[in-house]
Ligand binder design. Structure first.
Ligand code: ADP
Length: 910
């Protein structure tokens, strides 16, 4: 009996026991049972009798059947006499539920019978064992065969199937195979199977930790846990304290797999068989997994080579043919399939410039075994394309006939091209620094001081100095004496705080000082100790001087703005002031610092404000300036007139951000203009005195006539009431007429208001006629009027337009009367008519006085220009009229018509 079998005996719970030899047993060696004729047991003998549950005959003999296992009862039907001459296989009820399997015969003995029986339990056991083993081996063979032949993709499925077969064969609820983790993270359940009703013990991929490691040393080994008891308490975790059984598989490196059986108690099977079964499962599985890993590695390698544009090459020692990895071939020449080339063909793939070097290095490798490492370009016919660079490396392997040259080629175009780009960028940067007003420097930290270590090439063009001339001492010397303290402080601050920014003057070789802006940073080592300072000198001489200039000119401008007599301010589009100079503040009776925040609109009437905002709204980056006369209402003061010039400041999107404005008080000018207008008006009135006298005389005459007549009738005593009434009514009409004229003259003589208002120009025409028509008629001048059939509105002052029309008509009258003196047959007339289009209304005044001398046409609007004798003409009429019309946004113009002068008053519609 092998130690394994003993172990299994222990395992299977068999009591240690010597086995009986199977043949030629002495009669008293087995079991003898004395029976009576009815087959009842009288007596039992022999050593086997102790294995029977019943071994002593009772007081009343009992039938043999009572001693037997149920299935043996059928063997002994009838009485002992019937059983003679037969082999009797009888299983007796034994201890611990284990039957005593016997074979024997019956023979007469005295007046009864004796049954001679031998233990054949072992024989049966062996046979069953052999059968089981055969099945076991069959299973093992199947398991290993399936694993060996399946495809790698089906491997997990096949492992499952195998575990299922094992589980079903041995009726194991849970089976699993545990393998060592690839990353050496301990044991892991590779695959598991459980019958549908079994509890979950494991899952695929589950980590089992190190519990299984401690068992490896005692292999070959199987372990049984009986209800959670084991010599290896850590296993209890794996088997969840239930029964379990586990079998190792060992290969040349030790235990490589475990078969785990949960809720299972191994039965009559030898450990050898379990080991064999486990091996049949684990060995091919491990080998297939290794194969799988290998395959994956190959795939990865292939993918990597494909991605990197790399691959191996091999040159057998005595051969002239080079073999290339397929991916490499694909990369080098996708059109060609063959991976084997002659050496010269291969070399021809490379750029002529690199070919010789590669050939020579390859030769060195062949003859001297000197490792090859070089970079080469592919020979491409299209020169415009970026070159493709390969790194070629190689080494000799093996000796003698087995010597071969092996290497790889790697596409390094990216790196090479980047290198070249970087080199170009570097060169450009060097160039840039050399030609820029910047110097990069490095100072080394030596015992608390900073010593010049490096200067960029720009040092020479900028300061005319070289690195060799720069020592710590000479640097101090070159510093402007006034700035040396600054420099020392800069160094101290740099060492203290790690960075510094300062500005000082350094002398160049010609003796000129440069303002240098110095930005430096201290670099420290791992321990925080200073190593070196890296810095940048920027020549800011020009900027510094320019800034100085700007400062000076800013100061000048500031003074200019402050001291300017003009009012200067800045305001936002909502008219809020952001700045105002002293004159503006004085004007507004406050201090300049009180101006910001005030709103210009506060001093404008609603109308003025609207037109102001509209005007500002029309500013654009293209036309940023607008000038206008604005009138302001300052509380408690007279109206002020400013000539105001605005310049818009715009942001990048063209939106108005701010307005800068310059203003001049124009009130005086305005006032004198108004006075001028007024005096002109008065002059007009004076002018018209004659006409007016006529105008008033007319009703007076009528009234006098009426009164004379009435008086006469009264004196005659013939004053009837009807007659008197009629005369008095006539007088009243004439009084009203005279009052109207006087009224209108009063209104006309008044000063105009400040604000303009909309009105119908026909009103002015009417007013003019009320003052002039009678006088004209008296002088024999015909008025040709075409009354307008429309009403429109213009903006301004109705009395001023009337003044204009009066001037034009009076001038026409004068020209006509003058002309009639020379030409008595002239029948003078003045025509007046108006017309309008969508935007303007035009009032035409024309006469037949012969017109204006073309040489004078340009001058008649000049103030004080007159052709009339001194004391008669003022020369203001037309110039004031021109100003009035212009002020209304219109235009006064003149031309000579067929008969005489034609004046046109053109006004924009409101
Ligand atoms: P004044 O009437 O006081 O001379 P004005 O400015 O009104 O001043 O006119 C300037 C001059 O223009 C006149 O002196 C006259 O020579 C000329 N003028 C104006 N209107 C006419 C007209 N309708 N026909 C001819 N000349 C005219």
């Amino acid at each position: 009996m092998t130690s394994g079998e003993k172990f299994f005996d222990r395992l299977l719970g068999r009591p240690p026991e010597s086995h009986l030899p199977t043949a030629h047993v002495p009669v008293n060696a087995g079991l003898q049972i004395d029976l009576d004729n009815l087959g009842r047991v009288l007596q039992t003998h022999g050593p086997l009798r102790h294995r029977l549950v019943k071994h002593t005959a009772e007081q009343h003999p009992e039938p043999l059947v009572d001693y037997l296992c149920a299935h043996s009862a059928v063997v002994i039907e009838g009485s002992p006499a019937d059983w003679q001459g037969q082999n009797l296989d009888l299983d007796f009820n034994g201890f611990a539920g284990r039957p005593l399997q016997t074979r024997g015969w019956i023979q007469p003995s005295g007046d009864g019978w004796v049954l001679q029986l031998l233990d054949i339990g072992d024989l049966i056991g062996h046979r069953e064992h052999a059968e089981a083993r055969e099945q076991h081996q069959l299973l093992s063979a199947q398991v290993s065969e399936r694993l060996r032949v399946c495809s790698l993709t089906r491997l997990p499925e096949v492992v499952q199937d195998n575990l299922q077969s094992i589980a079903q064969h041995f009726q194991i609820p849970c089976v699993a195979i545990a393998l060592l983790d690839e990353q050496d993270l301990g044991w892991r359940v590779h695959s598991q199977y459980r019958t549908f009703d079994a509890p979950v013990l494991w899952h695929d991929g589950q980590a089992l930790g190190a519990a299984l490691d401690s068992l490896g040393g005692t292999a070959p080994l199987s372990l049984t846990l009986t209800h959670g008891h084991s010599e290896h308490p850590r296993l209890q975790g794996i088997f969840a304290n239930a029964e379990g059984f586990l079998v190792p598989y060992r290969d040349d490196h030790g235990v490589a797999a475990w078969l785990l059986c949960g809720f299972y108690h191994a039965q009559d099977t030898f450990e050898r068989d379990w080991l064999q079964l486990t091996a049949a499962l684990a060995a091919p599985l491990l080998s297939r997994l290794r194969e799988q890993r290998h395959q994956q590695q190959l795939d990865r390698l292939e993918a990597l080579q494909g991605l990197l544009g790399t691959g191996w090459w091999e040159l057998p020692n005595l051969s002239d043919d080079i073999q290339l990895a397929p991916q490499l071939q694909q990369h080098l020449n996708p059109d060609e399939a063959t991976t084997r080339h002659t050496l010269s063909d291969w070399l021809r793939l490379f750029h002529p410039a690199d070919r010789e070097e590669l050939a020579s290095r390859l030769h060195d490798l062949q003859t001297l075994s000197k490792p090859l490492s070089t970079s080469v370009r592919l020979h491409r016919l299209d020169a415009a394309q970026n070159p493709i660079w390969y790194r070629v490396q190689g080494q000799a392997l093996g000796v003698g006939n087995h010597r071969r040259l092996v290497g790889f080629m790697l596409d390094i175009s990216d790196i090479k091209n980047q290198q070249q780009q970087a080199a170009a960028a570097h060169a450009r940067l060097d160039n840039l620094i050399a030609s820029s007003p910047a110097i990069i420097y490095v100072q080394r930290y030596v015992e608390g001081t900073l010593q010049p270590l490096f200067f960029s090439d720009s040092l020479l063009p900028l300061l005319g100095r070289t690195l060799a001339e720069c020592t710590a001492a000479s640097l101090i010397e070159w510093l402007h004496p006034d700035d040396r303290d600054l420099y020392f402080e800069r160094t101290r601050q740099l060492l203290r705080e790690g960075n510094v920014r300062s500005r000082y003057r350094v002398q160049d070789k010609q003796g000129n000082y440069h303002w240098l802006l110095d930005e430096a940073r201290l670099l420290r080592d791992d321990l925080g100790l200073p190593v070196e300072a890296v810095g940048l000198w920027l020549d800011v001489t020009e900027a510094t001087l320019a800034a100085e200039h700007v400062k000076q000119s800013e100061e000048r401008y500031r003074i200019l703005v402050e001291d300017s007599p003009a009012m200067i301010c800045r305001y936002r589009p909502d008219l809020t002031l952001t700045f105002g100079n002293t004159p503006l503040a004085n004007y507004l009776e406050c201090r300049p610092e009180q101006l910001p925040g005030l709103n210009l609109a506060d001093w404008l009437s609603a109308e003025q404000r609207d037109s102001f905002v509209q005007r500002i709204g029309r500013l654009t980056p293209e036309f940023p300036v607008s000038t206008a006369e604005i009138s302001l209402q300052l509380p408690g003061r007279e109206h002020a007139w400013w000539v105001w010039s605005d310049r818009g400041v715009f942001d990048e999107q063209g939106a108005l951000v701010e307005v800068q404005a310059v203003g001049r008080d124009n009130t005086e000018v305005r006032r004198s203009q108004q006075q001028l207008t007024q005096s002109a008006k008065m002059a007009t009135l004076g002018e018209m005195a004659t006409g007016l006298a006529h105008e008033i005389n007319q009703p007076l005459n009528v009234m006098r006539m009426a009164i004379v007549n009435v008086l006469k009738r009264v004196r005659d005593g013939d004053a009837q009431i009807d007659y008197l009434t009629e005369k008095l009514q006539r007088i009243d009409t004439q009084v009203q007429r005279a009052a109207r004229v006087v009224d209108h003259m009063r209104v006309f003589g008044r000063r105009s208001e400040v604000e303009q208002h909309p009105f119908d120009p026909a009103q002015a025409v009417e007013g003019t006629l009320s003052l002039l028509s009678e006088g004209l008629r008296g002088k024999g001048v015909e008025l040709r009027l075409t009354p307008p059939d429309f009403t429109v509105q213009v903006k301004g002052h109705v009395d001023q337009l009337e003044q204009v029309l009066i001037n034009l008509i009076v001038n026409a009258r004068d020209a006509l009367l003058g002309q009639r003196e020379k030409q008595p047959e002239l029948r003078p007339w003045i025509a007046m008519h108006s017309e309008h289009d969508g935007r303007h209304v035009r009032i035409w005044v024309e006469d037949n006085g012969g017109g204006i001398d073309p040489r004078l046409l340009e001058r008649i609007f000049e103030p004080f220009f007159t052709t009339k004798p001194i004391g008669v003409g003022t020369g203001l009429g037309l110039s004031v009229s021109y100003g009035i019309v212009e002020n209304m946004g219109g235009r006064l113009s003149v031309s000579n018509g067929e008969h005489g002068a034609r004046f046109c008053v053109e006004l924009p519609l409101a």
